[in-house]
Design a protein around this ligand. Sequence first.
Ligand code: ZN
Length: 168
Amino acid sequence: MGFHLFAAAALQDSNTNSPARGLLHELGIAQSIVDYAVSEAKSRNSARIAEIQIEVGELAMIDRSILSNALRMLKSGPMLDRCKFRVKVRRVSFSCRKCSAKWTMAEAMKQLEKVPQELLVREPDSKEVPLHFLPSLYPAFVRCPKCGSADLDVTAGEDVRIMRLVFE
Ligand SMILES: [Zn+2]
């Protein structure tokens, strides 16, 4: 048994900006993850995958419960039947290019709550700020909480990564 650390697989495709994409998108990502893990297992002569650990960035526009369900749907055959899928969230961090301040998504969300509501596109009947629309909104509305600059970097939140594969 051994494990493989894999930190640079951006599996997100270019079709993630549509809020109407539904299950198919998560299913496609789940399939890519499983395909990758199976090909790694085969290349190591492993008969079975014990665990796949995945991190989903807060801005990746992936529903983690849908992704987990999609992974379970693909869990068939001797290679995967005992596989544990661990799907974690990877927090976004914002940083200011002017004063180097750093802040979190929670802080950015507080700023978005002050955005005039007519500028936000909402899911019907939702009282939450619509996360799905945030990636296109943050450059316009998020400011450095320390100096007020709009010149900012967003790190580590926009993709889906396989963090760890465990083979038996
Ligand atoms: Zn600043």
